[in-house]
Design a protein around this ligand. Structure first.
Ligand code: 13P
Ligand code: SF4
Length: 360
């Protein structure tokens, strides 16, 4: 294996030309996927870009590529591995590119929650587990094994609608904010939602409240999107009458309710791109995406919704050095940082992912 350290001695120009050269050598045997939050030095090399759902779909459609280099975070690469063909390898350029929200729910704690709920009601009959795609593969497998499903930021309402047609209750993890706003938009009142604290017995909720709740939300959140606050929306509206506010549904309930639009990173990008010249926007999502939109569309006024910098530090771990190192190792015949979900987990996780893809 070629070591990584020397790549940090290279200039930006050298890195660029070496990445171009490695890509050219690998040709269609390698496809680079780039999530919208990736930094520009990496994003510009992506063959395909998108939000989590789009990238999962694209990964499953590129059977010609033996190697899928996923410039995103760990759970996304796991999904690509689960949905891709057995002859394909999925590579995450830096293994430390995780998602702090995904880490807020883990299988033992979700199993404990399921058992505790099972002591109060017939969970298999009354409850559907839904995991946001920002979760570990074994939680997707848990959903696959319990008639549950995966959702993403672009289809959460549709998935919830499907779940309520199957059973009366939902256990939604790990992102409480996405679960809350999506259920609320379907007409579930906030009084019928409770937040499950995984550090406490019965989630810290009384048995009576659990029996009455329609939606049990895991106490998880994205620390990046938590930074956007109602006061920021108010300030922009006061300063720029007519401004449109668009946010990611990982923002808190109040911010999503105050915004004109909320949706996935793909929807945010599309909405701003398709707006007429002169449009004024405040965008509540990760900084790299907002800066890209600003740069691409100087004919529009695009503001970052928060006065402080909200960046996803784990997405940022994928840098040009890691990308170059990954590609040159492939050229030399070594696949580094391969993401390989154990087959028993992958099979069940695929059940929940396929269910999502067929519903939405
Ligand atoms: P999208 O699926 O909208 O791209 O979101 C992924 C994510 O991690 C947002 O924080
Ligand atoms: Fe995870 Fe938040 Fe980063 Fe998205 S922005 S990958 S939810 S930590």
């Amino acid at each position: 294996m070629i070591p990584l350290e020397p790549y940090y001695e290279l200039s930006d120009a050298d890195l660029d030309s070496r990445i171009h050269a490695a890509k050219a050598t690998l040709g269609s045997a390698c496809v680079i996927l780039g999530h919208h939050y990736q930094r520009e030095e990496v994003y510009k090399f992506a063959d395909l870009t998108g939000d989590s759902l789009k990238l999962s779909r694209l990964a499953s459609q590129r059977a010609d590529a033996r190697h899928i280099v996923f410039c995103g975070v760990h759970f996304m690469a796991e999904v690509a591995d689960i949905l891709s063909a057995p002859h394909q390898t999925v590579i995450l350029p830096d293994m430390a590119a995780g998602c702090s929200m995904a880490d807020m729910a883990d299988l033992p704690r979700v199993q404990t929650a399921w058992q505790e709920l099972g002591a109060l009601m017939d969970v298999e009959q009354v409850m559907t587990p839904i995991t946001y795609v920002n979760s570990m593969a074994d939680l997707k497998a848990f959903c696959g094994a319990h008639n549950g499903v995966v959702c993403t930021s672009s289809n959460a309402s549709k998935i919830l609608q499907w779940a309520f047609a199957q059973r009366e209750k939902v256990l939604f993890f790990p992102d409480q904010h996405l679960g809350r706003i999506s259920a609320f938009n379907l007409g579930v009142p906030l009084e019928q939602m409770v937040v499950w604290d995984p550090t406490r017995k019965n989630g810290g909720i009384s048995p009576e409240a659990l029996r009455q709740a329609k939606v049990i939300l895991w106490d998880g959140y994205c620390s990046v999107h938590q930074m956007f606050q109602p006061v920021h929306v108010e300030q922009f509206r006061a300063r720029h009458p007519g401004i449109r506010v668009i946010v990611h549904p990982e923002c808190c309930f109040e911010v999503c309710r105050m915004a004109d639009l909320s949706g996935s990173t793909e929807l945010i990008q599309k909405s701003v791109r398709e707006s007429p010249p002169g449009s004024v926007w405040a965008v509540g999502t990760e900084l790299n995406l907002v800066n890209r939109l600003k740069h691409e569309m100087p004919d529009k006024q695009i503001h970052f919704l928060c006065p402080t910098i909200c960046m996803c530090s784990t997405m940022f771990r994928i840098d040009a050095q890691h990308l170059c190192w990954t590609l040159e190792n492939l050229v030399a015949g070594t696949a580094v940082n391969v993401i390989s979900v154990p087959s028993e987990v992958a099979q069940l996780a695929k059940v929940a992912l396929d269910r999502m893809l067929s519903i939405a």
